[in-house]
Design a protein around this ligand. Structure first.
Ligand code: SF4
Length: 354
């Protein structure tokens, strides 16, 4: 794991850490204001802190975490994918997408992923390690700074949304992800000040972790990567289904929806001749209606094929028919726009290339 960083700590823990370094407790708030409020980790710019203290505090609480290896821009610059290198050489990625009405960053929670979904580039490499809370938060801070500084065409703007849909299974890195949500959403200077409702945490369906999340008292959107409504196919498409079946996952999701009043986003990567049949659309609609009622929303993701892979996206007419059938069952269904296709946006592909 990386060295301890300011963003790993709660406000109380930051005060203790600063005091242990022989500094006055209020320095914790100053540091937090620079990092979360001014979005900077550059200690030299923190001129309200005496130079001697700055060096000490920087060394112990602001170690460099993520270095950009390269940026890849597409969609006329409105989408920027960043490949990061962590202190130990681990590679991870995040994608910032600017839309007319919002700006969303898709972040990684793990380097690699242990869930082994066969259609996913990240899954093929296995799990390297969990990311620390600060490594997760720092992806968001960087995106917020890029928006504020007008690095994405359209002038200076504000980062509005965060989705945990980059590399990794967020709920397999549970504590650090929850702590990161607090740092992302707590008001400045304790956090970056985004609204919890603008944060989406995705999962392949780790049922005990969904139940735990239900008890956290958060308002984040839960996204369940279902990918098929039947256990037979899901056992191979999303291998964790061998532990927790479709109905158990949907029941846990319903518990979350009822507690929070939030709709659950059902993610479905549409794969040609694998999970795109009309009968599967009907079954999906029926099951979601039965288990989630008005709390379900289906988000179809046209698969972005990895070079050399046997998995391909469904033809558009098949996609349209799938949408129609799900909607006919009374379940809202939309197709996600595929930002970043030209920059190898299939999950994990960029980091896998190194
Ligand atoms: S699809 Fe998501 S959960 Fe599955 S292997 Fe890829 S990153 Fe992991």
């Amino acid at each position: 794991m990386p060295p301890r960083h300011l963003a790993d700590l709660s406000a109380d823990e930051r005060r203790v850490a600063v005091t242990e370094l022989g500094e006055k407790p209020f320095r914790a708030k100053q540091l937090a204001h620079h990092y979360f409020g001014r979005l900077t980790a550059d200690v030299e710019s923190m001129t309200d802190i005496p130079a001697a203290s700055r060096a000490r505090l920087a060394e112990k609480l602001l170690p460099p975490l993520l270095t950009p290896v390269r940026h890849l821009d597409t969609d006329k610059g409105a989408t920027r994918k960043t490949l990061w290198r962590a202190h130990d050489g681990t590679l991870l990625e995040s994608v910032l997408m600017r839309y007319p009405d919002r700006a969303t960053v898709c972040i990684s929670s793990q380097a690699g992923c242990g869930m082994a979904c066969p259609f996913c580039a990240t899954g093929q490499g296995g799990l390297q390690r969990n990311l620390s809370t600060a490594e997760i938060v720092d992806q968001v801070r960087s995106a917020a700074a890029m928006m504020r500084d007008g690095e994405i065409p359209g002038g200076p703007g504000r980062l509005s949304n965060v989705v945990f849909m980059g590399m990794g299974e967020p709920l397999a890195n549970y504590r650090r992800v929850i702590d990161a949500v607090h740092r992302i959403c707590d008001p400045v200077p304790n956090g970056l000040g985004l609204s919890q409702r603008s944060v989406t945490v995705s999962t392949v369906g780790l049922v005990p972790a969904i139940r735990k999340l239900t008890e956290e008292g958060l308002q984040v959107t839960l996204a369940v990567s279902l990918h098929t409504p039947d256990d037979e196919l899901r056992d191979t498409l999303v291998p964790v289904n061998n532990r927790w079946k479709v109905s158990e996952v949907l029941q846990a999701a319903r518990g979350y929806a009822e507690r929070t009043g939030r709709r659950v986003s059902i993610e479905y990567a549409l794969i040609r001749d694998v999970n795109d049949q009309p009968w599967r659309a009907d079954l999906l609609g029926r099951k979601l209606h039965q288990h989630l009622g008005q709390y379900a929303h289906v988000n179809l993701i046209p698969l972005n094929p990895t070079p050399g892979s046997e998995w391909d996206a469904s033809p558009k007419p098949v996609e349209r028919e799938f949408v129609r059938r799900v909607r006919e069952a009374g379940v809202p269904c939309t197709v996600r726009d595929t930002r970043g296709q030209e920059i190898a946006a299939a999950c994990g592909q960029l980091a896998a290339e190194g």
